[in-house]
Design a protein. Structure first.
Length: 188
């Protein structure tokens, strides 16, 4: 898998002959081999997994930025818009609910809501259940932007997953869920 910098698309690396991508040595294999040679006293097995996860995270971050840029969004804008979109009709949440979903401070969230309001992607409404409260709701333009940018992101992510079968994707998702579960309740 590589990023074609001319088209900004992820493409599969095709290999001639009987070799597959799994049979090919990658940069992580070379790094691990070097550490095993230089520090045979250390168990460097975690590098085989986590160095690849780190590399994949960089590619995913790049893919996200490409998908969002096509729709003139910043990653944080996508996060807020899609949080509202996932809430279902009427696509509104309180600022506190948005804080919980996006893990930012209240001051940061206020600034983000202000900026999205100026772009006509969200609107503030009085909360009918709390005279002092407000609700943040997607505008029609905000909903369209959330839907289009999500579709673009999924295209980029499918390209990253490449030729993995449904079974392989499910197995990978289960393993990653198990790996990340201990971090789910850790603040920040």
């Amino acid at each position: 898998m590589y990023l074609d910098v001319k088209t900004l698309e992820f493409k599969r690396l095709h290999v001639e002959g009987p070799s597959t991508l799994i049979d090919m040595e990658d940069e992580v294999d070379r790094l691990v081999a070097a550490w095993r040679r230089e520090r045979p006293d250390l168990d460097v097995e975690p590098l085989e997994v986590l160095s690849r996860v780190s590399r994949l995270a960089r590619h995913l971050d790049r893919a996200r930025r490409i998908a969002f840029a096509e729709h003139h969004l910043e990653p944080w804008e996508f996060d807020v818009l899609t949080s509202l979109r996932r809430a279902g009709a009427p696509y509104q949440l309180s600022p506190g609910q948005l804080l919980t979903q996006t893990l930012v401070t209240s001051g940061t969230m206020t600034n983000r809501i202000d900026r999205l309001t100026k772009k006509n992607l969200v609107e503030r409404l009085p909360d009918p259940n709390d005279r002092r409260g407000v609700l943040v709701r997607l505008t029609a333009e905000g909903r369209d932007k959330a839907d289009q940018s999500l579709a673009g992101l999924l295209d980029q992510e499918r390209a990253i997953l490449g030729e993995l079968s449904h079974r392989q994707r499910s197995e990978l998702a289960a393993l990653l869920r198990e790996l990340t579960a201990p971090f789910d309740n850790i603040p920040g």
